[in-house]
Design a protein around this ligand. Structure first.
Ligand SMILES: [Fe+2]
Ligand SMILES: [Fe+2]
Length: 311
């Protein structure tokens, strides 16, 4: 009797090529989607009132936390800032998701429509549709405004989502998903936080885990199979995306809306050691992965460093 070694399995896998792997992963993600998907409209109690004394975002994750300005603010003003920052992050999330939906639609345009890979992409688009509606509802529920990104980046993304390459698209996807996901993993179990916000972040974390897996597997594959120019371009565009991401992360209008001086607040966030640590810790899982598959080389790495997300 012959035994199949790990090496034989690898040889077989190599012979079948990355596409089979792609189908198997998509199949598992489809199974998980069938079991763990939520309809936020019915799952969450949107009629509930805002709870007194509860935060909209964990204070340690609020941009000004532990700065001289923060120490001068009243507890009420701090909580108000958390409410506006939660709305700003939700607005950023919707922006990302709308971009991602277009990237996914472009990704599957030329692929076999009956494949698991395409079916899963369509499932993910449906997830993102529900998420964007959920985030929009959460902003309104908290009686906060919508916080769009600056016009120039809004337009830059218009170009990017239309022309970006496959690996570039998945690298940008991970950037949009992983750091916010890290924050949400700290938010949903936090009893100091509004019940509705905890519900929103819990749904998002559960469904987002699949998206991260899909994007990681595809990017890993692409960084092996894509032509050299495309891999080089991915390093550059991903670094630039990281820079834009860190600029857009919190809309500075939030400071004005809680009665603070915008310029002073922005300067203090920039100088805050705590904030740098939060952002770099949040990005660590992603930067380790990108480093591992060769996205963080050369100019790309320098851009990541200038974004402040990489130590
Ligand atoms: Fe999402
Ligand atoms: Fe997602």
């Amino acid at each position: 009797m012959t035994t199949v070694t790990e090496r034989d399995v690898q040889t077989l896998r190599d012979a079948l090529g990355p596409l089979r792997d792609r189908e198997q992963i998509a199949e598992r993600l489809l199974e998980s989607s069938a079991k763990h998907s939520f309809d936020p409209d019915t799952e969450l109690d949107w009629d509930m009132a805002i709870e007194d004394g509860k935060w909209f975002w964990p204070p340690e994750l609020v941009s000004l936390y532990d700065t001289p300005l923060w120490r001068k603010m009243s507890e009420e003003q701090r909580m108000d800032l958390a409410r506006h920052e939660a709305a700003s992050l939700a607005s950023l999330g919707i922006w990302f998701e709308i971009i991602l939906m277009q990237l996914l639609v472009r990704h599957i345009y030329d692929k076999p429509v009956t494949s698991n890979h395409v079916r899963y992409a369509l499932t993910e688009i449906a997830d993102e549709c529900r998420h964007s509606m959920m985030f929009g509802r959460m902003i309104q529920w908290g009686r906060a405004p919508n916080y769009p990104v600056p016009r120039v980046y809004h337009n830059l993304a218009r170009v990017l989502k239309t022309v970006s390459t496959t690996p570039g698209s998945f690298a940008a996807t991970l950037l949009g998903e992983e750091i916010l996901d890290w924050m949400q993993r700290l938010t949903f179990p936090d009893e100091r936080v509004q019940t509705l916000v905890r519900g929103v972040t819990r749904i998002h974390v559960v469904e987002e885990a699949r998206h991260v897996r899909y994007a990681r597997e595809e990017l890993r594959r692409q960084m092996v199979t894509a032509p050299r120019w495309e891999r080089e371009f991915t390093r550059l565009s991903c670094g630039e995306a990281a820079r834009v991401f860190s600029v857009c992360f919190v809309n500075p209008q939030v400071y004005e809306n809680v009665g603070l001086d915008r310029r002073e607040a922005v300067a203090q966030v920039k100088a805050s050691g705590h904030r740098t640590e939060v952002m770099q810790t949040g990005a660590k899982r992603l930067t380790d992965f990108l480093d591992d598959i060769g996205v963080l080389n050369g100019v790309g790495r320098r851009l990541w460093k200038s974004s402040g997300l990489l130590a």
